[in-house]
Design a protein around this ligand. Structure first.
Ligand SMILES: [Zn+2]
Length: 171
């Protein structure tokens, strides 16, 4: 094990440290990660950009940006990542027009453990139309609430699956 200098605060730190214990600066070496960018582009963005780990030149986490973006942090048309922002995004935390994730915030549609969107479907759902274990919104449908308009709305998309929610009411 050798000591190196933190590029940010000049503190002496182990070269095996993932980040500086004093200032939190991410240390490259380990976690260099992986990057792939397609040569094909669309609207000035790479068609596919896959990035994770740290950029050795800046020491900052790489951000995948592309029409299709995949990475710890992904920004794109279709974004897949721990933290994702996209027209359609999938991720631990997903923000997008259509978002699917552990926590999903979608302008149009959100699906996730916690979903927030115009149409939100999730364990906890908050939306204009909300469907979930706990549903909150203008037209909620869930363990806690059965809004007739929400039943009509979700039935038209999800069909008979929705009847479970209605049947639950009689108990
Ligand atoms: Zn430091």
């Amino acid at each position: 094990m050798a000591l190196i200098e933190c590029p940010d605060c000049n503190n002496q730190i182990s070269d095996r440290a993932v980040m500086c214990p004093k200032c939190g600066f991410p240390i490259s070496g380990r976690g260099m990660g992986y990057e792939y960018m397609s040569e094909a582009t669309l609207f000035g963005l790479p068609l596919v950009h896959i990035a994770n780990g740290l950029d050795p030149s800046t020491g900052r986490p790489r951000i995948a940006k592309g029409i299709i973006a995949i990475g710890n942090i992904a920004v794109g048309g279709l974004a897949v990542g721990g933290l994702s922002f996209g027209v359609i995004s999938f991720g631990g935390l997903a923000l997008g027009l259509v978002a699917l994730g552990g926590a999903a915030v979608g302008l149009l549609l959100a699906l996730g453990g916690l979903a927030i969107g115009l149409v939100a479907i999730g364990g906890g759902a908050i939306g204009y139309y909300a469907l979930g274990g706990g549903a909150f919104g203008v037209h909620p449908l869930g363990g806690n609430a059965q809004d007739p308009q929400a039943i009509e709305f979700f039935k038209s998309y999800l069909g008979p699956w929705i009847e479970q929610f209605q049947r639950g009411r009689g108990r």
